[in-house]
Design a protein. Structure first.
Length: 289
């Protein structure tokens, strides 16, 4: 697990933060899954390589995880470390394939026309990670799959609203073009990092869609699986609090420092989730006003 744990330790990701709530075996499985996701995502974001080279690298990772799922020997250390968990939890290649298709979208697509188009991207890069994660967590009720789908979309839409500046600096606009048109915001305004009340209304509309998915996740999580989903629930709590901070800032996301929770706020959410888990009162801490 050396390669996977090294990648996880280097990361300041909120996803890696949630592993603290897991028992050791599941924590190792999630560390291996996270490392795989981090590696393929970093390939897509490496602008020092050409698009064709990044596509070739991602195809190598796709072929390697396919080998792992088929019981063959993988090439990459991270995939070798992930393979025992693929076998143990019956993780399907189709989900890894969808994840890599989502990462490839970042190589090819700089704009999304409609919310439906954007939600396909959110499903591939976030909901699919949730669908893989719940297999490692373990669950009883198949409704957890819908829960993972909804929560993944909520988290990714929150990320998209927060990261408008960072994406614009890469020439990307994830906010749907139909929404830009509806709120009379031009692409050039976003690329120039220009904040306005029109942009606030645009970002609020995307945040409303995120809130819709938080609400669906909250309502869909089966009571019998709440404890098993404690790490996912911590993620939901962190990103819900992040969305609330964005709302309080009136979605002015063009400053040099992305909106984040403080270390104290994160520790507080971990302790609260841990207490609820131990006391048997784990309930969703997001999606309700």
């Amino acid at each position: 697990m050396e390669a996977s744990q090294s990648i996880t330790r280097r990361s300041a990701s909120n996803l890696a933060l949630a592993f603290v709530l897991l028992p050791r075996a599941k924590r190792q499985g999630m560390s291996a899954l996270y490392a795989f996701c981090r590696e393929v995502d970093d390939i897509a974001d490496d602008e020092s390589s050409t698009v064709d080279e990044r596509r070739r690298q991602l195809n190598r990772w796709r072929a390697d995880v396919q080998r792992a799922c088929a019981g063959e020997t993988p090439e990459f250390a991270v995939v070798r470390e992930l393979q025992p968990f693929i076998t143990k939890h019956k993780l399907r290649f189709e989900l890894f394939d969808e994840l890599i298709k989502g990462v490839v979208m970042d190589l090819e697509i700089k704009r999304y026309t409609t919310m439906d188009d954007l939600e396909q991207y959110c499903y591939r890069v976030a909901s699919v990670v949730g669908l893989l994660s719940i297999e490692i967590f373990g669950y009883q009720n198949a409704a957890c799959r819908e829960y993972a789908n909804y929560l993944g979309k909520a988290l990714q839409l929150t990320n998209i609203v927060r990261d408008v500046r960072n994406d614009a600096e890469r020439g990307r606009i994830y906010l749907p073009l139909t929404d830009l048109e509806r709120f009379h915001v031009t692409e050039s305004e976003i690329l120039a990092l220009h904040y306005s009340e029109r942009f606030r209304a645009l970002a609020e509309s995307v945040a409303m869609r995120a809130r819709h998915y938080y609400d669906l996740a909250r309502k869909t999580l089966p009571a019998e699986d709440r404890r098993a989903m404690a790490a996912a629930e911590l993620m939901g709590s962190v990103y819900w609090r992040l969305l609330r901070k964005l709302e309080l800032q009136r979605f002015d996301v063009f400053g040099p420092n992305p909106t984040r929770l403080t270390r104290v706020q994160k520790i507080g959410l971990i302790l609260r989730t841990w207490y609820r888990m131990l006391s048997g009162t784990v309930v969703p801490n997001y999606g309700a006003r």
